[in-house]
Design a protein around this ligand. Structure first.
Ligand SMILES: [Zn+2]
Length: 274
């Protein structure tokens, strides 16, 4: 068996989760919000089912799984939003706020502890890389191998700690509305203006990534201004156009099945597959 990251032959591969196993109990929500298992929404098949199924398959050797855990996931587990609070949002507001706006707040990532910023960046890169190499099987590949072969190898080298990652910008939109933070969406990609946008979200964090030499100047400018590869903003997801669109699509296109139909409280507590 060949490990997808180090590409070495190993006796055994770990049954890796696509999203961290530690995230699932928080997507599930709490008794108070009236939720059972997370709801899996598949817009392509226009169905929504309540499921406990966690997406996992053999992918990495134990050393590489450990690398992912040590460099990204472990720290993420102390930053993302849960029913008891949102440590990253608190940290941003107390240490790194530079501009409070009507629609969103902007932060200076250089004011945060480097270890925190590096873990978030590494974690996001590991998820996009996983989406690229994952065998999606029956579910279909919603990401469409959007990273491409060239950047797959650049990402792999970065994740192995061998090289830096150039021509990659990451925009982290932190959701200031705790009622809608229990969401997990899998990576997808599409065009926004002249740029290709890669995105996924997990427990109050929405990750938007731009890759390549031809990222538009509109997108590049704030990153160049703050001299950074990663930018943080926060906004109320419930008020955002994208969320309204998703909520609208779910309402109109998805045929609700099982408990979902009977329990509208589950509306904001789902994992979503485009
Ligand atoms: Zn490996």
């Amino acid at each position: 068996m060949i490990c997808a990251l180090c590409r070495e032959e190993k006796g055994k591969l770990i049954d890796s989760h696509f999203m961290p196993a530690a995230a699932y109990p928080h997507v599930r929500g709490t008794e108070e919000t009236g939720s059972g298992p997370p709801v899996l929404i598949n817009l392509r098949r226009k169905s929504a089912i309540q499921t406990d199924r966690q997406v996992k398959r053999p992918l990495l050797c134990s050393e590489c799984e450990d690398l992912f855990s040590k460099n990204g996931e472990r720290r993420m587990g102390h930053l993302w939003a849960t029913a008891s609070g949102f440590p990253l949002l608190d940290m941003l507001n107390s240490e790194a706020a530079i501009s409070k706006g009507e629609r969103f707040d902007i932060y200076d990532s250089r004011l945060l502890e480097a270890g925190v910023v590096n873990s978030i960046f590494y974690f996001a890169m590991s998820i996009f890389w996983r989406a690229q190499v994952w065998d999606w099987g029956y579910d279909g590949d919603a990401y469409n191998r959007a990273l491409g072969q060239h950047y797959e190898s650049k990402f792999r080298s970065f994740l192995l700690g061998k090289t830096e990652l150039n021509n990659v910008l990451l925009f982290v939109n932190v959701n200031s509305d705790l009622d809608t933070s229990a969401i997990m969406t899998f990576p997808r990609s599409g065009r926004v203006g002249s740029d290709r946008l890669h995105s996924f979200s997990l427990l109050g964090l929405n990750f938007d990534m731009y890759v390549g030499r031809k990222i538009s100047s509109v997108t590049r400018t704030p990153f160049e201004f703050y001299n950074t590869q990663i930018m943080f903003v926060s906004s109320d997801l419930k008020k955002s156009a994208a969320f309204k669109k998703l909520a609208g699509r779910v309402r109109t296109e998805v045929e609700a099945k099982g408990k979902l139909k009977a329990n509208p409280a589950n509306k904001f507590n789902h994992s979503q597959r485009p």
